[in-house]
Design a protein around this ligand. Structure first.
Ligand code: CO
Length: 154
């Protein structure tokens, strides 16, 4: 009788413990950022541990305006490239999600979303170096000066 009771309890505990450690690993390598109708990201910087092989990034749009008027994307590049990537991305237009096609300076990029929408990307950290200065930016026309921040692999 005792054995019958103990076995399921032990299994439940083991399950709870393993899901907790999994959640922590996943948590450190998972980022979330939100853009609003006032051309702002809710975070000025993002960082992930260098131990992350892959980063999961979710971009949310907390506003109400459509993506044609207040679109947001999330583009990762070296800080030194942020202006050129933004300028050329803007010129690439909405059919390219405001990212110049095959731009090697773009290390990761989401599509453009509008109010109430959300999008998630995964990207490997193999192209990133610890100590290098990176920035994320929204390349929607007129947004790159306001919507940008530091990205660090620490
Ligand atoms: Co934007």
């Amino acid at each position: 009788m005792r054995m019958k009771l103990l076995a399921p309890v032990t299994l439940m505990l083991a399950g709870a413990l393993s899901s907790t450690s999994y959640a922590q690993d996943k948590g450190a390598c998972s980022l979330e950022i939100s853009g609003n109708d006032a051309i702002q990201f809710d975070k000025k910087s993002l960082e992930v541990p260098a131990t992350c092989k892959e980063v999961t990034l979710t971009l949310k749009h907390s506003g109400k305006l459509p993506k044609t008027a207040m679109g947001h994307n999330w583009v990762l590049t070296r800080s030194a490239d942020v202006q050129a990537v933004s300028d050329e991305g803007m010129k690439a237009g909405p059919t390219n999600e405001y990212v110049k096609p095959k731009d090697a300076r773009v290390l990761a990029a989401t599509k453009v979303i509008g109010g109430g929408e959300s999008t998630t990307i995964k990207f490997p950290t193999t192209a990133l170096k610890k100590g290098e200065a990176y920035m994320f930016v929204c390349t929607f026309p007129g947004h790159s000066a306001l919507m940008r921040g530091a990205f660090t692999l620490k």
